[in-house]
Design a protein around this ligand. Structure first.
Ligand code: F6P
Length: 357
């Protein structure tokens, strides 16, 4: 008999359900006696003992369903060791619920913050297997996370749709793409959507260079310019500030986000009309794309295989086109970022895309 606990934590994304279905199907089809408990709303469910038993029926028909059947929430790792408002020791509570249900293993689906807590639970002696989800694709130890390709599709469609209206009106358009810390989504959607300028956190931009790139296009007869700007795009000046200085600056920041600041600067200095489009959380919504359905199912299936073998303490990742097991301690606390010297950035530049640097 195997008793498995499952939870999805952090921001949701596409293919969470497909991944859980992959784990469950593999376990159920193995012929082994299996009980699966789903903890609700991420680590909260594990802390406060909110769970339900899941049967084959619960995993049926969810391959194509976005979101997560278990619900999710953000629980900052930094506060995990702090008692809750009623003095409850959250880590001890998670351990107690794990032991009370006599679990053999926890399957945890999440991104960066989630992996830090998953590793903490491993260090506390629990058996844990994780699966890498996030539209940001910023998890260390895996070339790809599920949710990313689906989000690239949505962000690309947003840029595609802006093209026609930008051309009609001869305007500058900024499409703000999700990603506060890393720019994989913006880089990929920007290239796929034919953006002229791509601004990502890893390459601080010089607003003069951005305006220069727009003017150059204009002088060459282009009526419009499209910028794909990551939520976390940062100017050269701001990138030089200390964390404290930057925080102080943001306290009185007059714009809803960086895209509006860039729009304002372009408009004031070039006289061109600028509009901002923010697809926002639509990038995390809807049905997973076929790539993510297959990818998440494969990762889930591998997680199931590891559980059947009793091998724990890994994130199931993907490297060099192979599904691999990465020790959790190698993943936790590390961020995978766009390398400004990567061939992809170089190729984008050769295609005439400006990064404002
Ligand atoms: O981590 C995924 C992500 O969608 C980021 O791209 C984005 O910056 C953030 O989550 C938004 O978080 P929330 O859903 O909490 O607003």
């Amino acid at each position: 008999m195997k008793r498995i606990g499952m939870l999805t934590s952090g921001g949701d994304c596409q293919a969470l359900n497909a991944a859980m279905r992959g784990v469950a199907k593999t376990l159920f089809y193995s012929g082994e006696d299996v009980e699966i408990y789903g903890f609700l709303d991420g680590y909260k469910g594990l802390i406060y003992g909110k769970f339900c038993m899941l049967t084959g029926r619960d995993f049926s028909g969810i391959l194509t369903k976005g979101g997560t059947i278990l619900g999710s929430s953000r629980m900052p790792f930094k506060q995990m060791r702090d008692p809750d408002e009623n003095g409850l020791n959250k880590v001890e509570a998670m351990k107690q619920n794990y032991y009370k249900l006599q679990l053999d293993c926890l399957v945890i689906l999440g991104g960066n913050g989630t992996h830090k807590t998953a590793n903490l639970l491993k260090e506390e002696g629990l058996n844990v297997i994780t699966l890498p989800k996030t539209i940001d694709n910023d998890l260390w130890g895996t070339d790809m996370t599920f949710g990313f390709q689906s989000a690239v599709d949505i962000a690309t469609t947003a840029i595609d749709n802006i093209h026609t209206t930008a051309a009609s009106h001869g305007r500058v358009f900024i499409v703000e793409v999700m990603g506060h810390k890393v720019g994989f989504l913006t880089l990929n959607a920007g290239m796929a959507g034919g953006a002229d300028i791509i601004l990502i956190p890893e390459i601080p931009y010089d607003i003069d260079k951005v305006i220069e790139a727009i003017k150059k296009r204009h002088d060459r007869g282009s009526r419009f310019t499209i910028l794909a700007v990551a939520e976390g795009a940062i100017s050269r000046e701001d990138a030089k500030l200390s964390k404290k200085e930057y925080k102080k600056k943001m306290e009185n920041y007059p714009y809803p986000s960086v895209s509006y600041e860039i729009a304002d600067q372009i408009q004031k200095r070039s006289g061109m009309e600028v509009r901002v489009t923010v697809p926002g959380h639509t990038q995390r919504g809807g049905s997973p794309c076929p790539y993510d359905r297959v990818f998440a199912s494969r990762l889930g299936s591998e997680a199931g295989r590891l559980i059947l073998k009793g091998e724990y303490g890994f994130m199931v990742g993907y490297r060099n086109r192979e599904i691999v097991e990465v020790p959790l301690e190698d993943v936790a606390g590390k961020l995978k970022m766009v390398d400004p010297n990567s061939s992809m950035v170089k190729e984008a530049k050769m295609l005439g895309i400006s990064f404002g640097d």
